[in-house]
Design a protein around this ligand. Structure first.
Ligand code: SF4
Length: 55
């Protein structure tokens, strides 16, 4: 798994997370929102998230 130093991420439960380092391994990710009118960072989501099988 190669880290993408352009994408920092702390979601260790994601299949694409670089486990011992807080980076994503994908070349590109999609960010979106679950809110009608997002107002803060908690309103946004990584749409490329895939639940890891085991942590
Ligand atoms: S896909 Fe999204 S949630 Fe998963 S490691 Fe990459 S940036 Fe983080």
């Amino acid at each position: 798994m190669t880290k993408n130093t352009c994408i920092k991420c702390t979601v260790q439960q994601c299949k694409h997370h670089c486990k011992n380092e807080n980076y994503c391994s994908l070349d590109c990710v999609t960010i979106g929102t679950h809110e009608y009118s997002p107002t803060q960072d908690q309103c946004t989501d990584c749409k490329s998230f895939v639940k890891a099988g085991r942590i």
